[in-house]
Design a protein around this ligand. Structure first.
Ligand SMILES: C[S@@+](CC[C@H](N)C(=O)[O-])C[C@H]1O[C@@H](n2cnc3c(N)ncnc32)[C@H](O)[C@@H]1O
Length: 329
């Protein structure tokens, strides 16, 4: 069995470093607005002191910035942001407590497709940490891997794929279900407004993609169960139809789950029949001997049944396949 590790809890990262890292490793090249703002927050003692009083998961840059935008606050100018945040802190704090980062990125299906298309069909998909369930429709979207196009419907998911041949078919999905602590409903305008606030300011393409994927989900809503990925996984998996390949998958979820619960999740998912497909940061699901990522940008690891297959950019925009035998003990 592959020795998957559960990483470390990010409780000890100082808030200033959290914001500086987010600016450089995530926002740079994707959102100049968030890069500028996060760097300013990293040097703002008053805001840092307010953030430091929060529980660690509530200090996340993505969460604060989305909450301020949801409340109509300014993000274009650091000094206006500071004034708004300090003046409205009680309201911001209440929203931070009541919400989690639930960015639902259909683009991550471009990372799942090469793996799903290679499995025995048909498939039964079970997504843990599904948010609004937009990851449950990889058969309804179109894909562009370089100039290789697959599919005709939905948003076109553009992914620079290297190191392996692009998939040649869409998967056949006969059952789909999602599990989330707080499922979102794409037919509810308030939930949709929160999902849109989580998309970074300049990312018009992502906003369009979210709306197009949400329309697909709204036309045929997924089964989304409110529950925990350890406690409620096995009973939901038992509902998958016999005769379909069960695939339990998750993308950018486990960083929100304490390490001790990650370990229990690994045990639970490995005890199920079928496959386990994971797309998570390398400090969240760890693999011994993993080669260096392609560059300094934040990359996730795509892994099947605990075996690393590829490096991937956070929103599904690029995927670099690992050479066979590149990682491992
Ligand atoms: C960052 S979002 C990612 C959503 C989706 N996987 C995607 O990639 O678009 C993480 C999701 O995981 C959910 N989540 C966090 N901890 C969970 C747990 N213990 N059990 C079930 N869902 C959880 C959150 O509610 C949130 O919707």
């Amino acid at each position: 069995m592959w020795p998957v590790g559960a990483g470390v809890d990010p409780l000890t990262v100082p808030v200033a470093q959290l914001y500086a890292d987010f600016a450089v490793r995530e926002a740079r090249g994707a959102s100049p607005t968030y890069e500028r703002l996060s760097l300013a927050i990293a040097r703002d003692p008053e805001l840092l002191a307010l953030l430091a009083r929060l529980a660690a998961p509530k200090r996340q840059p993505n969460l604060l910035l989305a909450v301020v935008r949801l409340l109509g606050g300014p993000v274009d100018d650091a000094s206006s942001f500071h004034d708004f945040a300090v003046t409205h802190w009680p309201m911001i704090e209440a929203e931070l407590h009541g919400r989690a980062t639930q960015t639902n990125e259909a683009g991550r299906c471009a990372l799942l497709l090469p793996v799903l298309a290679a499995m025995p069909q048909p498939l039964a998909l079970l997504e843990v940490g599904a948010a609004a369930g937009l990851g449950l429709y990889p058969d309804r979207y179109s894909y562009l891997y370089g100039d290789h196009r697959i599919g005709t419907g939905g948003p076109v998911l553009d992914c620079a794929l290297t190191g392996t041949a692009p998939p040649t078919r869409l998967p056949e999905i006969v059952w789909r279900a999602g599990l989330d602590l707080n499922p979102l409903d794409v037919t509810d305008p308030e939930d949709l407004a929160w999902l849109e606030a989580l998309v970074w300011p300049e990312q018009r393409t992502r906003r369009d993609r979210l709306r197009a994927a949400a329309a697909i989900a709204a036309a045929d809503p997924p089964t989304l169960i409110r529950g925990d990925l350890v406690d409620d996984l096995a009973p939901l998996a038992a509902q998958a139809p016999a005769g379909a390949t069960l695939v339990v998958f998750h993308t950018s979820v486990l960083y929100q789950v304490p390490v001790s619960r990650r370990v229990l999740f690994f045990e639970t998912v490995r005890a199920l029949p079928g496959h386990w497909l994971s797309v998570e940061a390398p400090d969240v699901v760890t693999f011994p001997g993993l080669p260096a990522p392609p560059d300094h940008a934040l990359h996730n690891v795509v892994a099947l049944d605990g075996r690393p297959l590829a490096w991937a950019r956070g929103h599904g925009q690029a995927m670099e396949w690992l050479p066979a035998g590149a990682a491992g003990p």
